[in-house]
Design a protein around this ligand. Structure first.
Ligand code: GLA
Length: 375
């Protein structure tokens, strides 16, 4: 870690991961989602060089990135591509403005666990480059260029939620993000005497390769079918349940289930905001359980490890709700747990998980946090 401490930076940036309270897999369907940034972060240091080279080193990952500004091609090392993608799109927005620099970063954000280490990497790096080279990119520019980098360089056709939350998160708040307008309203994170506990299954998903992009295409196909009769619906989340039901026989069973899930999940997010405002943690928690059920049975993005963790919490009065979070197929569950029950809960569930799967669970008690900041 000495090399990180010894690196004399011109600019330092801290970039958080994100959680999503509810509203899963609906950002790319024009829905409402309820994410915020968390206190697990990537810390970047950057300093200018006198030549045209860009060197990026990561504490904890091998193979530093060494690249020339005029040669921003994809790399065979996956973490490089997030950064190369960011540089590529910055270069398109600000032609001939990128100069050589050195960058080093370290992270306490677990990778591949559904808390958006990739958006934290993209957005933190983009913010650092923007500040270092005084490029005057707006936060909105950074959000969309990072999303494009993820689409085209990492291969995940993600929605806007992660990049948006990583940039705009606010301590003690969730962001009710309208994914059509790309604007948000702040919702105070009133969980009374409860905390958010993430339980990492330590099963790693690979969103980019397969299922995530397939879900997005399935939703588009369902919408296309509905639009033949109802062209006024531009997003799947806007289609009311009664209309989706009209198409029960026209849509394949799979497309029908995807459509029902998106419509219901969108409604759940809006209800969750009201329960949060009223401080009704019990009703809020019930929505989390319904969300998990939908993700498991209708959207089919859960896995046995996630289901086990959610089921374990059922009927424990100190746990108000639990569900899988993020893209799915592994990663974390999000649990709303009464403060005085956190320690015994983690002990019991870790033992049960180890016994069932012979895998160690990693718990994270997370706090809400501000978005990317220049230190
Ligand atoms: C990933 C994507 C997001 C979102 C979630 C699921 O984190 O990057 O855009 O779709 O999955 O809600």
């Amino acid at each position: 870690m000495g090399e990180f401490l010894n690196f004399i930076a011109d600019i330092e940036v801290e970039s958080p991961g994100r959680i999503n309270l509810i509203g899963e897999h609906i950002d790319y369907n024009g829905g409402f989602v309820l994410p915020t940034a968390i206190d697990k972060v990537i810390h970047f240091k950057l300093k200018k060089r006198k030549d045209n080279l860009i060197h990026v080193e990561s504490i904890g990952f091998e193979n530093p990135l060494k690249i020339e500004i005029n040669n921003l091609n994809k790399s065979s090392i996956s973490w490089h591509n997030y950064l190369i993608g960011v540089l590529h799109y910055i270069n398109l927005l600000c032609p001939n403005k990128i100069q050589g620099f050195d960058c080093i970063f370290k992270s306490n954000l677990p990778v591949g666990s559904g808390i958006s280490s990739s958006a934290a990497l993209e957005c933190g790096f983009a913010k650092g480059v923007n500040e270092l080279l005084k490029l005057n990119l707006s936060n909105q520019d950074i959000i969309s260029l990072c999303q494009r980098a993820e689409h085209d360089f990492a291969g995940t056709k993600c929605g806007i939620m992660d990049q948006y939350a990583v940039i705009n998160g606010l301590e003690d708040h969730f962001l009710l993000l309208n994914c059509q307008k790309i604007t948000h309203k702040l919702v105070p994170a009133q969980l009374l005497n409860h905390k958010i506990v993430l339980l990492n299954t330590n099963i790693s998903h690979n969103l980019s390769t397969s299922e995530y992009n397939i879900r997005s295409q399935e939703c588009q196909s369902a919408l296309n079918c509905i639009q033949v009769k109802y062209p006024e619906y531009k997003f799947l989340c806007d289609v009311p349940l009664e209309i989706i039901n009209e198409f029960k026989t026209n849509l394949s069973d799979k497309h029908y289930k995807r459509a029902i899930f998106t419509s219901e999940e969108n409604q759940r997010t809006l209800k969750a905001v009201n329960f949060l405002k009223d401080g009704d943690v019990v009703q809020l928690g019930n929505l989390l359980y319904s969300s998990h059920k939908g993700l498991r049975d209708l959207y089919e993005v859960s896995c046995k490890e996630l289901d086990f963790l959610v089921e374990f919490t059922r009927n424990i009065s100190s746990i108000k709700g639990a569900r899988m979070m993020g893209g799915g197929f592994g990663g974390c569950t999000l649990n709303i747990v009464k403060e005085d029950y956190i320690t015994p809960f983690i002990k019991d569930i870790s033992e049960a998980y180890l016994k069932e799967f012979n895998i160690k669970l990693t718990p994270h008690i997370v706090k809400t946090n501000n978005g990317v900041k220049v230190l």
